[in-house]
Each structure stands twice: as structure tokens, then as C-alpha cells.
Design a protein around this ligand. Structure first.
Ligand code: DP6
Length: 344
């Protein structure tokens, strides 16, 4: 291939773990949420998505490979992202209409409730923005791929404001504090099960919007107060309050899942054992030292400070002797990067 007729970009993007969860859309097509959400972005050294795009006039068609398997381009979310990125791109770019090949990989289980779509779409949109030389904030475009992806566009602590504009232009993510603000913060991920989830979060949250009366109360009454209090706790580095909100918020989302009809149950006995161990440990220490949170899957994500990691790992190793522990990622720091890292 003639090197003047090829453009190659590679990006990596991290996973984020919500402490105030996004659950429910007011617009399914544009992916506008019914509530604000708040998350910590993990360091890219451990869990990330990597995307390479090769564009060339010599390619005959667009192709997309995810974890070694070819994906269809007949995908509304992908098409929406592509269309928005191209809308922002300069019309004079010579490669604007070249065909391209996208190759994406996650270095952790896909669709197992470990925020793979968040890292995946954040990475894809960052790579497309780089390909088309766009400097603007493109978190609203990542949101159109997968809602939670907009939060992976920033490091540290990130708030996704639901916004009020019908076209979703103000439904964007913004950093509320960099990782360096609370450098002692760690995340422990206990992989209880790395199979694909029973029901996708997309389908489950749609069903919750359609059938759960409690969801309206949560979105309108509970989340606004919790979000404000959690931002304050992060700003003050008050782990006691932060942990209580994080656990209550996770319990709230799984209560909504239970209130959904038919219910979507993500937690299993092991998830409950981990949550009980966290409460027992906090009681033993007479303060909150560890906080659990669960997304759309049974895997436990624990927020804790560096000073608690070793002792709490002993508790986990006692409860789940190493041969029974599938895998865990120990004490991951938050990411310090502003945006998905660009490998050039
Ligand atoms: C439980 O962002 O995967 O992880 O927008 O339909 O792609 P779609 O959903 P997705 O949902 C994530 C839900 C969650 C909570 C969260 O990360 O805020």
C-alpha cells in the first residue's frame, strides 16, 4: 500500500466504575439518561480497550473487528457515532470519504458487567476523532455509542449530566476532580463470573423504565441528593460518607432491577457473600473502610483506600481461598489521564 494513501490511528481508553449509576433512558436512540451519574475512571495499565483504525482509498469496504471477530456495520449506535464525528470533521479533509478498517480489543472479559462497552466506545470515538482531526469535546458522541462511555473520556472523578436539551448536546461528561485529588483511592475487582451477562444493561434498563414505578422515584428524588452528597464527599475526601453512598446506591439499582417486571437479577450468592463480608469488616473496624458496588453483573467492584488493601485482601483470600478465586485485579489506581490516551 502506498504510504501517502494510508492513515493509521491507535487509541486506548480505560474502564470507569459508577458510584452513582446510570439506569434508564429518556431517549433510546440518542441515549439520553433519566438521571445524572458519577464514576471513577480506572488506570489504563490494567483494564482498557484498544482501537486501531486504518483508512485508505484502496480499501473496498468498511470493516469492524472486535476481539478478533468481524462485526456488522449495520449497527445503529456505530452508525450514529460515525455520522456525528463526520459531521464535525472538516469537509476538506482528503481522507474523509476513504474506507477504513477498525480493530478493537479489550484486555478483559467483554459484556460481563465490567464496563467493556464504556471503554470500547470511548476508545472508538477517540480514535475516529483523531482520524478526522477533531479537537472538540466528543463525550456526547461516545454517549451515543454506549451511555456510560462518555464518562471514560476523562480520568479521575467524572460526572455525566443528563442535560435538558432534546438533541442531547448538553448530555455530556465532565471531570469533577482529577485522580491526583485522592491518590490513595484504590479499586479492587473481584471477578465472580466472566461469562456474558444474562440480559444486557440496555434491555434491562429499558424494561425498568417500562415497568418499575420505583425507578421514577429513584431518578427524581434519590439520585439528585445522592449525587450532590457524593460529589461533596469526594471533594472533602470523606471516605466514610463516600462509601455509604456508594453501597446504598448500588443496593438501590439492584432493588430497581428486582422491581422490574419480569425482574432482572444480576447478583448471585457470591456477590451477596462479598457484600456481607464488606459490612462485617466495616463493623469490625467501626467505620467504613471498604465500599462495594455492582453493575449489570455479579462481579464485585470495591472502592477502598490504599491503607486497607492488604488487610481486606486477607479477608477475601480467607473467604475465597486462591484456588476458588477466578481472578482479581488488586488495588487499581484511578487514571490520571484527561482523555483516552493516544498512542500515535
Ligand atoms: C449498570 O452504558 O452499558 O453499568 O447506554 O444502553 O449502552 P447503554 O448502557 P451502558 O449501561 C451501564 C449501566 C451500569 C451503570 C453505569 O455504568 O452507570
Amino acid at each position: 500500500m502506498d504510504s501517502s494513501k494510508v492513515k493509521v490511528v491507535t487509541c486506548i481508553a480505560p474502564v470507569n466504575i459508577a458510584v452513582i449509576k446510570y439506569w434508564g433512558k429518556s431517549d433510546e436512540n440518542l441515549i439520553i439518561p433519566i438521571n445524572d451519574s458519577l464514576s471513577g475512571t480506572l488506570s489504563m495499565d490494567f483494564m482498557c480497550a484498544k482501537t486501531t483504525i486504518i483508512a485508505s482509498p484502496e480499501l473496498q469496504e468498511n470493516t469492524f473487528w472486535l476481539n478478533g471477530k468481524e462485526q456488522s456495520f449495520n449497527n445503529k449506535r456505530l452508525t450514529n457515532c460515525l455520522q456525528e464525528v463526520k459531521r464535525l470533521a472538516s469537509k476538506s479533509l482528503p481522507h474523509l470519504n476513504w474506507k477504513f478498517s477498525i480493530k478493537s480489543e479489550n484486555n478483559f472479559p467483554t459484556a460481563a458487567g465490567l464496563a467493556s462497552s464504556a471503554a470500547g466506545y470511548a476508545c472508538l470515538v477517540s480514535a475516529l476523532a483523531k482520524l478526522y482531526e477533531i479537537e472538540d469535546n466528543v463525550s456526547f458522541i461516545a454517549r451515543m455509542g454506549s451511555g456510560s462511555a462518555c464518562r471514560s473520556m476523562y480520568g479521575g472523578w467524572v460526572l455525566w449530566c443528563k442535560g435538558s436539551s432534546p438533541d442531547g448536546r448538553d448530555s455530556i461528561a465532565k471531570q469533577i476532580a482529577p485522580a491526583s485529588h485522592w491518590p490513595e483511592m484504590r479499586v479492587l475487582i473481584l471477578v465472580v463470573n466472566d461469562e456474558r451477562k444474562k440480559y444486557s444493561s440496555t434491555d434491562a434498563m429499558k424494561r425498568s423504565v417500562e415497568t418499575s414505578e420505583l425507578l421514577k422515584y429513584r431518578a427524581n428524588q434519590i439520585v439528585p441528593k445522592m449525587t450532590k452528597a457524593c460529589i461533596e464527599a469526594i471533594q472533602k475526601k470523606d471516605f466514610e460518607i463516600f462509601a455509604e453512598i456508594t453501597m446504598k446506591e448500588s443496593n438501590s439499582i439492584h432493588a430497581i432491577c428486582q422491581d422490574t417486571y419480569p425482574p432482572c437479577v444480576y447478583l448471585n450468592d457470591t456477590s451477596h457473600t462479598v457484600a456481607n463480608a464488606v459490612h462485617a469488616y466495616n463493623e469490625f473496624k467501626s467505620s467504613n473502610k471498604v465500599a462495594y458496588t455492582y453493575d449489570a453483573g455479579p462481579n464485585a467492584v470495591l472502592y477502598l483506600l490504599d491503607s486497607s488493601v492488604d488487610e481486606f485482601m486477607s479477608v477475601i483470600n480467607y473467604l475465597f481461598p486462591p484456588q476458588d478465586t477466578a481472578e482479581y485485579y488488586k488495588g487499581l489506581p484511578l487514571s490520571s489521564n484527561q482523555l483516552s490516551q493516544d498512542l500515535k
